[in-house]
Design a protein around this ligand. Sequence first.
Ligand code: ZN
Ligand code: ZN
Ligand code: FE
Length: 650
Amino acid sequence: LATCDDCLKDILDAKNRRCGHAFTNCTNCGPRFTIIRDVPYDRKRTTMAKFEMCEPCEHEHHNPHDRRFHAQPNACKQCGPVLQLRVEGGSTSDDADLVKTKGLLRRGRIVAIKGVGGYHLACDALSAESTARLRSRKHRPHKPLAVMFRDIAGVKELCEVNEAEEAELLSAARPIVLLARKLTESRLARSISPDTNTVGAFLPYTPLHHLLLQDFQALVMTSGNLTDEPIISDEAELPTLLGPIADAALMHNRSIVHKCDDSVLRVVNGQRQFLRRARGYVPNPIRVAAPGMPHILAVGGELKNTFCLVRDGQAFLSQHIGNLKNYKTYSYFSSEIESWKHLMRIEPQVIAHDLHPGYLSTRFAAIARIPNKVGVQHHHAHIASVMAEHDLHDLVIGVALDGTGYGTDNTIWGGEFMVADRSDFERVAHFKAYRLPGGDKAVEEPWRMAVSVLTSEGLEEAGMRKFPAMKWRLVEKMTKAGFNSPWTSSAGRLFDAVAAILGLCDVTSYEAQAAIRLESIADTRVTDRYPFVVQTWDRPWVLDFGPTVRAILTERRQGVAVSEISAKFHNTIADSVVHTCRFVRGQRDLNIVALSGGVFQNELLLRRTVEGLQSRRFRVFTNTAVPLNDGGLALGQAAVAAERVKRKCA
Ligand code: ZN
Ligand code: ZN
Ligand code: FE
C-alpha cells in the first residue's frame, strides 16, 4: 500500500523523529506481500525480522491507540533499514546517500534504485539526453518507459487525466496508468514513448520515492531488468544493472522475498483494463467456484506468464512472472509456485495447462507430480477468464482476438469466435488462415506477414514496397510451399501485416509494436470501413479480409492518408466482430458476448467493438480484474478446470 498521508507528514516534518526516513510505514501503508517469508503474517516471519525495534518503535507497536499498533514492518531511523549508495567504479558511502543520488540524477546519470518489489532504473524524465542514454544502454529503442511524477498536479501539467484515471493514480495500489499526452506539451521527452500518444504515469508510493521526487517533477522509473528477465531484487544480482546500464545504485538492507513489478493499467470506457497485474493487487483473490473443491494449480501461458492457485473456490492469481523462455524467468516461475503453495497452504490435486506442447508451462504441468491434468485451449481460457470475473455460467459468444495460441487442430489460432461455457467450447467462426513464414520469426518481423497475406491474396505486385526483393522472394516461396510456415488465423498477425503494408513497421523491437503504431496514427474521426466477407457455406465460418487488404492497397495508391486507412481498418475489424456475433445470435439465441485476447489491448478496436455490439443490444463483458492478454490466461484455465472437476464429481 502506498505511503499514507499521515506517514508522509511524518517524513516531511523536521520535528518528527521519522523526518526523512525512507522506510516509514504504519498499519495503513507499507510493504507486505514482498517481505513475507511465511504465514501467519508476523514480523518474525518477514524480512524485517533482523531489525530489532528501538524502544519508541516497540512502544508504538504494542499500543492499541497508535496507528502503528501491530504494523509489522514498523521502523525508524534508529532501528530500521538504511540506504546505501554505490557508485560504479567508486566507493560506497554511508551518509547523505539520498542527496548524492539526487545530484547524480540531476547531472543526467542513471541510478538503479531499490524499491518494494525490485529495482527500478531511474533518470530525469525531462532530459531527452538521459532517457536516450538509458534506452541505448538497456537496448530498448522504442518500448515505452514509465514515468513517476512528483504529484498529481505534475501529472496534469503534462497529461490528460479524467476522474477515473485520477482515482487509479491516487489509489493505494499506485499502478502505472496509461494517459494521453497533452499535445501542447513538449517538456516530457518524446523518446519516453516514441510509438504512442500515451505516457505510463504513476505517483510515488514509498517514502523513498517521495523524498527523491521532492527535487524532480518527473523521473523515468522503469523495471530494473534485462529484456525478458525477471526484475532484479537482490544486491547479488546487481552487477547486471550497475555498470552495464546504471552509473550508481541506491540500495537498502530490507530484503525482498517476492519480486513484484509495478502494475500497469488504463481506463477504457470508464472501466479498468489491466495490462500487467502485480504490485498492489496480488494476492487479492477472485471467486471462481463454490467452496469445497479440490485445490487447483493453473500454470498459465508462456509470454507474460502468471499462474493461479485455487482453494475454496477462491482464485489467487500470481504477480506478473514474464517470458518463460528465459531461463531465469522460468526458475522464478517454479520457485514462486512452490513459495505460493506454501504461503497459501495449497496442495494442488488438479493442474491446468495450455494445449501448446512446446510451452514450458505445459511441460512443467506434464512432469508435475499432480495426477489430474486438465488441458485448456488457449482462447477458451481467455474467454473463461471473462466468465470467471463476471460470474457468468451459461453459454456465451466468446470473441478472442489474440496474437497466437495453439488450436485443437494443431494450427495457430488467434481470431476466434466460439460458443462456450466454462467447461467446453465450439469454434463457430474464425479469421481466414494465412501462413506464418518462419514461425516466431514472423512475429518479430511483420513484413513477413505482409508478404504472406499479399501472396495468398494474389496481390504481390500491388503490395510490393521497399522490402528487399531477395528476401521478399524467399518468404514468398516459403509461404507458397508452406515450408516452416504454419497456418494461423491470428488477428494480431493481420494487424502486423497491415502495419507493414502501410510501411509503419517491418521489424519490431518489442511485442505488438506494429499494431501499436498502427493504432497510434489512426484518425479516430473516421467512421467508414472497408469490405470484408463472412463465408458461411462451411463450418466454422471464415471471416475473409482479402477484400479489405485489396481496398487498402487501392487507397494507398490513390494517396489516401495512412491515418485514415488505419482508422478504416480498425472499423472493419470491429464491424466484422459485430456482424459475426449477430449471425451467431440468429442461430443460437445467445445475447452475451465475452471479449478477450491481447489484440483487444488496442483501445480503438475495443471501443469500436463494444460500441457496435451495444448498439445492437448485446450484453458485452471483458476483463477488468485480470489482463486480457496472456497474463489473465491462468485464471481462465483455473475456471475451466474447476468446472470440469465439478461436473465429474456431480
Ligand atoms: Zn502510514
Ligand atoms: Zn525505531
Ligand atoms: Fe493469448
